[in-house]
Design a protein around this ligand. Structure first.
Ligand code: ATP
Ligand code: ZN
Length: 291
Protein backbone atom coordinates (compact mmCIF):
# COMPACT_ATOMS: atom_id res chain seq x y z
CA UNK A 1 0.00 0.00 0.00
CA UNK A 2 1.13 3.49 -0.71
CA UNK A 3 0.82 4.73 2.86
CA UNK A 4 2.80 1.78 4.07
CA UNK A 5 5.60 2.48 1.61
CA UNK A 6 5.83 6.09 2.75
CA UNK A 7 5.99 5.05 6.38
CA UNK A 8 8.90 2.77 5.66
CA UNK A 9 11.07 5.39 3.95
CA UNK A 10 14.63 5.29 5.15
CA UNK A 11 17.18 8.10 4.95
CA UNK A 12 20.59 6.90 3.83
CA UNK A 13 23.33 8.82 5.60
CA UNK A 14 26.88 8.44 4.35
CA UNK A 15 29.78 8.77 6.76
CA UNK A 16 33.52 8.34 6.32
CA UNK A 17 34.62 4.71 6.14
CA UNK A 18 37.93 5.37 7.89
CA UNK A 19 39.82 8.50 8.78
CA UNK A 20 39.55 11.58 10.92
CA UNK A 21 35.78 12.03 10.60
CA UNK A 22 34.71 8.49 11.31
CA UNK A 23 34.78 8.40 15.09
CA UNK A 24 33.13 11.79 15.57
CA UNK A 25 30.41 10.99 13.03
CA UNK A 26 29.55 7.66 14.65
CA UNK A 27 29.63 9.15 18.12
CA UNK A 28 27.27 11.95 17.12
CA UNK A 29 24.75 9.55 15.58
CA UNK A 30 24.93 7.28 18.61
CA UNK A 31 24.53 10.23 20.99
CA UNK A 32 21.39 11.05 18.99
CA UNK A 33 20.05 7.71 20.17
CA UNK A 34 20.58 5.84 16.91
CA UNK A 35 21.20 2.18 17.51
CA UNK A 36 24.02 1.47 15.07
CA UNK A 37 25.53 -1.99 14.98
CA UNK A 38 29.18 -1.25 14.51
CA UNK A 39 30.59 -3.68 12.00
CA UNK A 40 33.90 -2.14 10.96
CA UNK A 41 34.19 -3.70 7.54
CA UNK A 42 30.58 -3.21 6.59
CA UNK A 43 29.57 -1.07 3.65
CA UNK A 44 26.27 -0.19 5.23
CA UNK A 45 24.31 -0.82 8.36
CA UNK A 46 20.68 -0.55 9.35
CA UNK A 47 19.60 1.45 12.38
CA UNK A 48 17.12 -0.54 14.43
CA UNK A 49 15.31 2.30 16.16
CA UNK A 50 15.29 5.18 13.64
CA UNK A 51 14.47 5.23 9.90
CA UNK A 52 18.09 5.63 8.86
CA UNK A 53 20.63 3.49 7.07
CA UNK A 54 24.31 4.36 7.50
CA UNK A 55 26.65 3.97 4.52
CA UNK A 56 30.42 3.86 5.03
CA UNK A 57 32.18 5.57 2.12
CA UNK A 58 35.36 7.44 1.28
CA UNK A 59 34.67 11.00 2.38
CA UNK A 60 35.78 12.53 -0.92
CA UNK A 61 33.14 10.49 -2.75
CA UNK A 62 30.23 11.44 -0.51
CA UNK A 63 29.22 14.68 -2.32
CA UNK A 64 28.96 12.81 -5.62
CA UNK A 65 26.89 10.02 -4.06
CA UNK A 66 24.53 12.61 -2.65
CA UNK A 67 24.22 14.44 -5.96
CA UNK A 68 23.44 11.11 -7.63
CA UNK A 69 20.86 10.24 -4.96
CA UNK A 70 22.70 7.09 -3.88
CA UNK A 71 22.92 8.68 -0.44
CA UNK A 72 20.38 11.17 0.92
CA UNK A 73 22.69 12.90 3.37
CA UNK A 74 26.23 12.73 4.64
CA UNK A 75 28.74 13.92 7.17
CA UNK A 76 31.90 15.41 5.65
CA UNK A 77 34.40 18.21 6.09
CA UNK A 78 33.12 21.53 4.83
CA UNK A 79 36.39 21.80 2.91
CA UNK A 80 35.52 18.72 0.86
CA UNK A 81 31.91 19.83 0.38
CA UNK A 82 33.05 23.22 -0.94
CA UNK A 83 35.76 21.75 -3.13
CA UNK A 84 33.58 19.18 -4.87
CA UNK A 85 30.95 21.70 -6.00
CA UNK A 86 28.15 19.14 -6.09
CA UNK A 87 24.45 19.66 -5.45
CA UNK A 88 23.62 19.64 -1.78
CA UNK A 89 23.02 21.92 1.15
CA UNK A 90 24.50 22.23 4.61
CA UNK A 91 21.81 21.20 7.10
CA UNK A 92 23.89 21.59 10.23
CA UNK A 93 27.40 22.53 11.28
CA UNK A 94 28.62 19.79 13.59
CA UNK A 95 31.31 21.37 15.73
CA UNK A 96 34.02 18.73 15.28
CA UNK A 97 36.94 18.06 12.91
CA UNK A 98 37.77 21.73 12.99
CA UNK A 99 40.70 22.70 10.82
CA UNK A 100 41.76 25.35 8.34
CA UNK A 101 43.01 25.50 4.78
CA UNK A 102 46.00 27.75 4.57
CA UNK A 103 48.64 28.88 2.09
CA UNK A 104 52.18 28.10 3.16
CA UNK A 105 55.54 29.07 1.70
CA UNK A 106 59.14 27.95 2.37
CA UNK A 107 60.22 29.25 5.74
CA UNK A 108 63.12 31.23 4.30
CA UNK A 109 60.83 33.20 1.98
CA UNK A 110 60.74 36.92 2.51
CA UNK A 111 56.95 36.97 2.36
CA UNK A 112 55.55 40.46 1.89
CA UNK A 113 51.87 39.80 1.26
CA UNK A 114 49.48 38.08 -1.14
CA UNK A 115 51.04 39.74 -4.20
CA UNK A 116 54.01 37.43 -3.62
CA UNK A 117 51.90 34.63 -5.13
CA UNK A 118 51.63 36.33 -8.54
CA UNK A 119 53.30 34.08 -11.09
CA UNK A 120 54.00 31.36 -8.53
CA UNK A 121 52.95 27.70 -8.56
CA UNK A 122 50.80 26.36 -5.75
CA UNK A 123 50.43 22.65 -5.01
CA UNK A 124 47.13 21.62 -3.45
CA UNK A 125 44.39 18.98 -3.24
CA UNK A 126 41.83 21.78 -3.31
CA UNK A 127 42.13 23.37 -6.78
CA UNK A 128 38.60 24.84 -6.78
CA UNK A 129 38.85 26.46 -3.38
CA UNK A 130 42.31 27.84 -4.10
CA UNK A 131 41.28 29.00 -7.57
CA UNK A 132 38.29 30.90 -6.21
CA UNK A 133 40.33 32.40 -3.43
CA UNK A 134 43.02 33.68 -5.79
CA UNK A 135 40.43 35.06 -8.16
CA UNK A 136 38.72 36.92 -5.34
CA UNK A 137 42.06 38.39 -4.29
CA UNK A 138 43.08 39.23 -7.88
CA UNK A 139 46.15 37.03 -7.84
CA UNK A 140 47.33 35.11 -10.90
CA UNK A 141 49.11 31.93 -9.93
CA UNK A 142 49.41 28.40 -11.24
CA UNK A 143 47.61 25.62 -9.43
CA UNK A 144 49.21 22.19 -9.38
CA UNK A 145 46.73 19.56 -8.21
CA UNK A 146 48.16 16.67 -6.23
CA UNK A 147 46.20 14.28 -4.09
CA UNK A 148 48.47 13.53 -1.15
CA UNK A 149 51.64 14.65 0.65
CA UNK A 150 51.15 18.17 -0.62
CA UNK A 151 53.58 19.56 1.93
CA UNK A 152 56.62 17.97 0.27
CA UNK A 153 55.95 19.69 -3.08
CA UNK A 154 58.12 22.81 -2.52
CA UNK A 155 61.02 20.72 -1.17
CA UNK A 156 61.18 18.60 -4.32
CA UNK A 157 60.79 21.55 -6.65
CA UNK A 158 57.23 20.73 -7.72
CA UNK A 159 55.78 24.04 -6.58
CA UNK A 160 56.69 27.34 -4.90
CA UNK A 161 54.01 27.09 -2.23
CA UNK A 162 51.16 24.90 -1.01
CA UNK A 163 47.59 25.17 0.17
CA UNK A 164 46.63 22.44 2.60
CA UNK A 165 44.85 21.55 5.83
CA UNK A 166 46.60 22.84 8.91
CA UNK A 167 45.67 21.97 12.45
CA UNK A 168 48.78 22.41 14.57
CA UNK A 169 51.34 23.52 12.01
CA UNK A 170 53.87 20.84 12.97
CA UNK A 171 53.69 19.14 9.57
CA UNK A 172 54.46 22.46 7.92
CA UNK A 173 57.35 23.07 10.26
CA UNK A 174 58.94 19.69 9.65
CA UNK A 175 58.76 20.33 5.92
CA UNK A 176 60.40 23.73 6.18
CA UNK A 177 57.22 25.68 5.49
CA UNK A 178 55.40 28.52 7.19
CA UNK A 179 51.72 29.42 7.09
CA UNK A 180 51.07 32.82 5.55
CA UNK A 181 47.37 33.13 4.58
CA UNK A 182 44.14 31.63 5.88
CA UNK A 183 42.01 30.46 2.96
CA UNK A 184 39.11 28.71 4.65
CA UNK A 185 37.96 27.48 8.02
CA UNK A 186 36.28 24.11 8.15
CA UNK A 187 34.41 21.74 10.43
CA UNK A 188 32.33 18.63 9.91
CA UNK A 189 28.92 19.38 8.38
CA UNK A 190 25.74 17.44 7.76
CA UNK A 191 24.80 17.83 4.11
CA UNK A 192 21.69 16.74 2.28
CA UNK A 193 20.61 16.33 -1.33
CA UNK A 194 17.18 16.81 -2.88
CA UNK A 195 14.85 14.90 -0.62
CA UNK A 196 11.21 13.82 -0.62
CA UNK A 197 9.00 15.45 2.01
CA UNK A 198 9.07 12.23 3.97
CA UNK A 199 12.85 12.00 4.05
CA UNK A 200 13.18 15.68 4.79
CA UNK A 201 11.01 15.21 7.86
CA UNK A 202 13.14 12.31 9.06
CA UNK A 203 16.31 14.34 8.60
CA UNK A 204 14.78 17.31 10.42
CA UNK A 205 14.04 15.02 13.32
CA UNK A 206 17.68 13.99 13.35
CA UNK A 207 18.82 17.63 13.21
CA UNK A 208 16.60 18.35 16.21
CA UNK A 209 18.37 15.59 18.11
CA UNK A 210 21.78 16.85 16.99
CA UNK A 211 20.92 20.25 18.40
CA UNK A 212 19.97 18.66 21.73
CA UNK A 213 23.28 16.79 21.81
CA UNK A 214 25.25 19.95 20.95
CA UNK A 215 23.46 21.95 23.65
CA UNK A 216 24.19 19.24 26.18
CA UNK A 217 27.86 19.11 25.21
CA UNK A 218 28.14 22.86 25.77
CA UNK A 219 26.35 22.97 29.10
CA UNK A 220 26.66 21.51 32.57
CA UNK A 221 24.10 20.99 35.31
CA UNK A 222 25.10 22.81 38.48
CA UNK A 223 23.87 22.31 42.03
CA UNK A 224 24.95 24.43 44.98
CA UNK A 225 24.00 25.51 48.47
CA UNK A 226 23.72 29.19 49.30
CA UNK A 227 22.41 31.54 51.97
CA UNK A 228 18.92 32.79 51.04
CA UNK A 229 20.18 36.40 50.73
CA UNK A 230 22.42 35.30 47.82
CA UNK A 231 19.68 33.61 45.77
CA UNK A 232 18.86 36.68 43.72
CA UNK A 233 22.40 37.57 42.73
CA UNK A 234 23.26 33.95 42.02
CA UNK A 235 20.18 33.66 39.80
CA UNK A 236 21.52 36.54 37.76
CA UNK A 237 24.81 34.73 37.22
CA UNK A 238 23.28 31.33 36.37
CA UNK A 239 19.74 31.99 35.15
CA UNK A 240 19.42 28.51 33.65
CA UNK A 241 16.91 27.75 30.94
CA UNK A 242 13.97 29.57 32.48
CA UNK A 243 15.01 30.11 36.07
CA UNK A 244 16.89 28.04 38.62
CA UNK A 245 15.16 25.46 40.81
CA UNK A 246 15.32 26.50 44.44
CA UNK A 247 14.72 24.07 47.31
CA UNK A 248 14.92 24.84 51.02
CA UNK A 249 17.70 23.11 52.93
CA UNK A 250 17.18 21.53 56.35
CA UNK A 251 19.44 24.26 57.73
CA UNK A 252 17.35 27.43 58.24
CA UNK A 253 18.24 30.40 56.00
CA UNK A 254 19.86 28.19 53.35
CA UNK A 255 18.72 26.85 49.99
CA UNK A 256 19.84 24.43 47.34
CA UNK A 257 19.89 25.98 43.87
CA UNK A 258 19.96 23.99 40.61
CA UNK A 259 20.71 25.50 37.22
CA UNK A 260 22.60 25.15 33.95
CA UNK A 261 25.95 26.73 33.17
CA UNK A 262 27.73 27.15 29.86
CA UNK A 263 31.03 25.35 29.37
CA UNK A 264 32.73 28.45 27.93
CA UNK A 265 32.42 30.77 30.92
CA UNK A 266 32.25 28.01 33.49
CA UNK A 267 35.32 28.80 35.62
CA UNK A 268 34.65 32.50 35.67
CA UNK A 269 31.13 31.86 36.97
CA UNK A 270 32.33 29.42 39.62
CA UNK A 271 34.61 32.14 41.01
CA UNK A 272 31.71 34.60 41.15
CA UNK A 273 29.46 32.05 42.84
CA UNK A 274 32.02 31.34 45.53
CA UNK A 275 32.37 35.04 46.23
CA UNK A 276 28.60 35.26 46.71
CA UNK A 277 28.75 32.56 49.37
CA UNK A 278 27.87 29.44 47.38
CA UNK A 279 29.08 26.18 48.92
CA UNK A 280 29.04 22.51 48.04
CA UNK A 281 29.03 23.20 44.33
CA UNK A 282 28.38 20.10 42.20
CA UNK A 283 28.73 20.15 38.43
CA UNK A 284 27.44 17.23 36.38
CA UNK A 285 27.30 16.51 32.65
CA UNK A 286 24.01 16.76 30.81
CA UNK A 287 23.17 13.98 28.42
CA UNK A 288 20.56 15.77 26.26
CA UNK A 289 19.25 19.31 26.43
CA UNK A 290 16.08 20.54 24.78
CA UNK A 291 15.30 24.21 25.15
P1 ATP B 1 41.68 10.22 2.56
O1 ATP B 1 40.36 10.54 1.96
O2 ATP B 1 42.71 9.92 1.52
O3 ATP B 1 41.59 9.17 3.61
P2 ATP B 1 41.52 12.78 3.83
O4 ATP B 1 42.51 13.86 4.14
O5 ATP B 1 40.40 13.15 2.96
O6 ATP B 1 42.27 11.52 3.29
P3 ATP B 1 41.15 12.60 6.63
O7 ATP B 1 42.59 12.88 6.91
O8 ATP B 1 40.48 11.52 7.39
O9 ATP B 1 40.89 12.21 5.14
O10 ATP B 1 40.37 13.96 6.81
C1 ATP B 1 38.99 14.03 6.66
C2 ATP B 1 38.52 15.43 6.99
O11 ATP B 1 38.82 15.73 8.36
C3 ATP B 1 39.21 16.53 6.20
O12 ATP B 1 38.59 16.73 4.96
C4 ATP B 1 39.03 17.72 7.13
O13 ATP B 1 37.72 18.26 6.99
C5 ATP B 1 39.16 17.10 8.49
N1 ATP B 1 40.55 17.20 8.99
C6 ATP B 1 41.65 16.88 8.33
N2 ATP B 1 42.75 17.07 9.08
C7 ATP B 1 42.33 17.52 10.26
C8 ATP B 1 42.98 17.87 11.48
N3 ATP B 1 44.28 17.81 11.59
N4 ATP B 1 42.21 18.27 12.50
C9 ATP B 1 40.88 18.32 12.39
N5 ATP B 1 40.22 18.00 11.26
C10 ATP B 1 40.91 17.60 10.21
ZN1 ZN C 1 39.31 11.95 2.07
Amino acid sequence: MNTHKQMSEVVRIAIQKSGRLQEGSLKLLKDCGLNISNGKDQLKTQVSNFPVEVLFLRDDDIPQYIEDGVADAGIIGENVFTEKQKNGVIMKRLDFAKCRLALAVPRTTNYTGLAWFNGKNIATSYPNIVGNYLKMKNITAGIHEISGSVEIAPGIGLADAICDIVSTGSTLLSNGLKEVELVMQSEAVLIAGDLSMQKKKILEKLVFRIEAVQQARNNKYILLNCPNEAIESITQIIPGMKSPTILPLGKPGWSSLHSVVNENDFWEKIDQLKQLGAEGILVVPIEKMIK
